[in-house]
Design a protein around this ligand. Structure first.
Ligand SMILES: [Zn+2]
Length: 297
C-alpha cells in the first residue's frame, strides 16, 4: 500500500490535523540504509514528521530540511521533504544498537540522545533559507517536533509518531499525526483532544488497527465536525543526479581535483540518501578542472 498523508480540519478551521501512514516509505528507507530496528524507528519518525512539514509548505518549489543531533550513538539524523511530501533521509550510524529498559520497546531516545538540537531549515525560494535551532526535549522525536512548533511559531501542537517493527524485521506499521489548534480556541477543546490522544494509545497501533487516515481522524476528532481537505500520496524519493556531484567536485577547486587524479586516479562519490555511487574517471576529472578554471574567469 502507498504511503499517504491526510490533511483535515475540524471546528470550522479551529483545528487542523495531518495524519500520515508511512509504513511502505519507512520500509523503503530501511532497505536502502540496511538500518537496525532502533535506527529504523528513529529515522522513520523523523521522515514521517518531515514529510508532514513538507505538505504544510505553501509553494511547489519550497523545501524543508530537519536535522536532529542529540549526541547519542545514532549520530546526526537528516531528512528533507518538498511540498508534495516526498521525503528522503539518513542517519550517521544506521547499524546502531542500544539496550532498552522496556521489553519490546525500542529505545529511540537512548539512540538519539537528548543533549542537542533540532534544526529546521525552510527553503522558501528566497535569497536565504530560514534556519531555526531549538533544544531537544527527549530525543523521542515527537516531543521534539512539538517543542519546535511552540518555540518557532508559538503554535501549540500535539505530535504523535511511531514505528513498529515485526519479528522478521519488516515494518508492521509506521506513521504519525500532527494536530494544531488556533490560539483563540476554547481551552476545553485542547482538553478534549488531550484525552482523545491519550485514549488512542500508541500511534503505530492506531495505524495498524485502522483502515485509513480518515478513520483515525474521525476517532481522534469525534464530535468536533472533522472534515477531510486533501489526501497526498507520498514516497521515499531521492532526486540526486550526476550533475549535482559534478558541481560538488568543481567546488573543491582545481588543486584538490588534480590530487584526486594523481593520488586516486579517479573518484567515487556516494549519495547519503540513496547510497547510489557515482564514478568519475581521470578524464571526467580533467573535464571538471577545465570547467572549474572557466567558471573562475
Ligand atoms: Zn541519492
Amino acid at each position: 500500500m502507498k504511503s499517504k498523508i491526510l490533511r483535515g480540519t475540524a471546528l470550522d478551521g479551529q483545528i487542523r490535523i495531518f495524519i500520515a501512514d508511512t509504513t511502505s516509505l519507512v520500509e523503503k528507507a530501511k532497505d536502502i540504509h540496511q538500518s537496525s530496528p532502533v535506527a529504523t524507528a528513529a529515522l522513520g519518525r523523523v521522515l514521517t514528521a518531515t514529510s508532514i512539514l513538507g505538505v504544510m509548505l505553501k509553494g511547489d518549489r519550497h523545501k524543508i530540511t530537519t536535522r536532529i543531533h542529540g549526541q547519542g550513538p545514532i549520530g546526526t539524523m537528516i531528512a528533507t521533504s518538498n511540498a508534495s511530501g516526498n521525503v528522503k533521509g539518513y542517519v550517521t550510524n544506521p547499524q546502531v544498537m542500544v539496550e532498552s529498559s522496556t521489553p519490546g520497546k525500542l529505545n529511540v531516545g537512548g539512540a538519539v540522545g537528548k543533549s542537542g538540537e533540532i534544526t529546521v531549515i525552510k527553503d522558501l525560494g528566497l535569497k536565504n533559507p530560514y534556519i531555526g535551532n531549538y533544544p531537544l526535549v527527549s530525543g523521542e522525536i515527537g516531543e521534539d517536533f512539538a517543542a519546535y512548533f511552540m518555540y518557532s511559531e508559538q503554535q501549540p501542537s500535539a505530535v504523535g509518531l511511531g514505528v513498529t517493527i515485526d519479528k522478521d524485521y519488516t515494518i508492521k506499521s509506521a506513521g504519525g499525526f500532527i494536530i494544531q489548534i488556533l490560539p483563540e480556541t476554547d481551552d476545553n477543546v485542547a482538553f478534549i483532544l488531550e484525552e482523545r490522544i491519550k485514549e488512542a494509545g500508541s500511534v503505530s497501533k492506531l495505524i495498524e488497527n485502522s483502515k485509513d487516515g480518515k478513520e483515525i481522524m474521525y476517532q481522534l476528532l469525534e464530535g468536533l465536525h472533522p472534515k477531510v481537505l486533501e489526501e497526498y500520496e507520498i514516497d521515499y524519493i531521492c532526486d540526486c543526479n550526476r550533475e549535482r556531484f559534478e558541481k560538488a567536485l568543481i567546488s573543491l577547486g582545481t588543486q584538490e581535483l588534480r590530487s584526486l587524479i594523481e593520488d586516486d586516479h579517479g573518484a567515487e562519490l556516494q549519495c547519503h540518501f540513496c547510497n547510489k555511487k557515482y564514478q568519475f574517471s581521470e578524464e571526467n576529472l580533467e573535464a571538471l578542472i577545465e570547467e572549474a578554471i572557466n567558471t573562475d574567469n
